[in-house]
Design a protein around this ligand. Structure first.
Ligand code: ATP
Length: 243
């Protein structure tokens, strides 16, 4: 039991959720490592949504609202941490939800699908085909989902797939606490924020964004600005620690 008054209560609860999901076979052991890297960057960023991340989240909502065929790609870590938040985002955007795993087994796909459905997510199903130009199993996707989408949200992605999706002409929105990652650099829009903080902010923005504001947010997208702002935030926090 983690005491509620622990100064890092939220982070510890999230870590416990990842550990439980790993024991249940929902999160791959490699996913536990990836979570640790995320935690380290979150510490450096101050475990809060920065002003620039909030703008990126609003911009993500604008991209979803103007998309013809949006898709949310879900892996084990995302399902374990944010199944409910994915359900809410799906309701706000009408996006399809597709399970896509790096460490893929049919059993894990089934477990993740069941977990998402328990929280009210409508999971896209069908015949998975090797349609993405990648050599590993992340190439597998649904023709009616990721393959033909125009906007795709890839929380906690790896750089190869993010680049492949961008090269296919898709607008890729990444959520990644590491502003130095290949994913962060190759996405159309990178949200440098923790997954469970970022998703409700995107969903919240969907309910109040209107025509002209949506167009302006999309016109002004400058991913380098979002990455630089995150690095500056980290540098500021490191400088403060030297005082
Ligand atoms: P790349 O190929 O993009 O350089 P990578 O190979 O390091 O990155 P992964 O090992 O798949 O990518 O790691 C996923 C990324 O997700 C890490 O950069 C980590 O910072 C980030 N991450 C992990 N947990 C969270 C979380 N809860 N919220 C946001 N980002 C997270």
């Amino acid at each position: 039991m983690i005491p509620r008054d622990h100064p890092r209560y939220r982070s510890l609860v999230i870590r416990e959720r990842i550990a439980d999901a790993a024991l249940k076979g929902i999160v791959a052991m490699e996913g536990v490592g990836a979570h640790g890297r995320g935690e380290a960057f979150d510490y450096l960023i101050g475990e809060k949504t920065t002003e620039s991340a909030l703008l990126a989240e609003k911009t993500a909502a604008a991209l979803f609202l103007s998309a013809k065929k949006p898709v949310i790609s879900v892996n084990g870590n995302t399902a374990a941490l944010a199944a409910q938040e994915i359900a809410d985002l799906q309701e706000a955007t009408g996006a399809a939800v597709e399970v896509n795993l790096f460490h893929r087994t049919e059993k894990r796909v089934e477990k993740i699908t069941a977990l998402l459905e328990e929280e009210g997510v409508e999971v896209l199903k069908g015949k998975f085909e090797r349609l993405l130009p990648l050599s590993h199993d992340r190439a597998l996707c649904l023709r009616d989902g990721i393959y033909t989408c125009d906007v795709i949200l890839v929380p906690l992605e790896d750089g190869d797939r993010c680049s492949a999706l961008s090269a296919m002409g898709k607008t890729v929105i990444a959520i990644d606490l590491n502003p130095l990652s290949r994913t962060a650099k190759s996405a159309s829009l990178t949200i440098v924020d923790e997954l469970t903080r970022a998703l409700p902010n995107i969903t919240g923005s969907c309910s109040h964004l209107k025509g002209e504001e949506i167009e302006k947010l999309i016109r002004d997208i400058d991913n380098k600005y979002f990455l630089r702002s995150a690095v500056k935030e980290i540098m500021g926090n490191l400088a403060d620690a030297m005082d």
